[in-house]
Design a protein around this ligand. Structure first.
Ligand SMILES: [Zn+2]
Length: 126
């Protein structure tokens, strides 16, 4: 994958992540106005690494959104580690087409399918 492509995915992930949190962040601010709330660290905005500062934020998302938000954060970390777009199971490159649709995909289409078939019979082990 070229640095340019990585940059594209990074922006894509940041946008989606921001979008996902937009609603709950608004809620947080509303609460902060009503009751004393831990001060938000102004932070350094130039930092490219992503941290979800408040576990709280994740709890406010629906289960599905929280899972995706964590997956997106992990994908951004993988970009920083140079592991983005590499299948966890077989180590081959994940299809670009698949990454465009699901930028946080961890596995190539084949391995994902195998995994999904497997989880129908067995509980997923973490
Ligand atoms: Zn694979």
């Amino acid at each position: 994958m070229t640095p340019r492509q990585l940059e594209t995915f990074k922006r894509l992930l940041f946008d989606r992540l921001t979008e996902t949190f937009r609603g709950v962040q608004h809620d947080l601010r509303t609460n902060a106005a009503r009751e004393p709330f831990a001060q938000e660290d102004p932070g350094d905005e130039g930092d490219s690494s992503v941290h979800i500062e408040h576990e709280d934020l994740l709890l406010r998302l629906s289960e599905r959104d929280a899972r995706i938000a964590q997956a997106m954060q992990e994908a951004l970390n993988r970009i920083d580690r140079g592991e983005f777009g590499i299948c966890l199971d077989c180590g081959n490159a994940i299809e670009l087409e698949r990454l465009m649709a699901v930028p946080w995909a961890l596995r190539c289409a084949d391995d994902q399918q195998i995994r999904e078939q497997g989880t129908q019979e067995h509980a997923p082990t973490l």
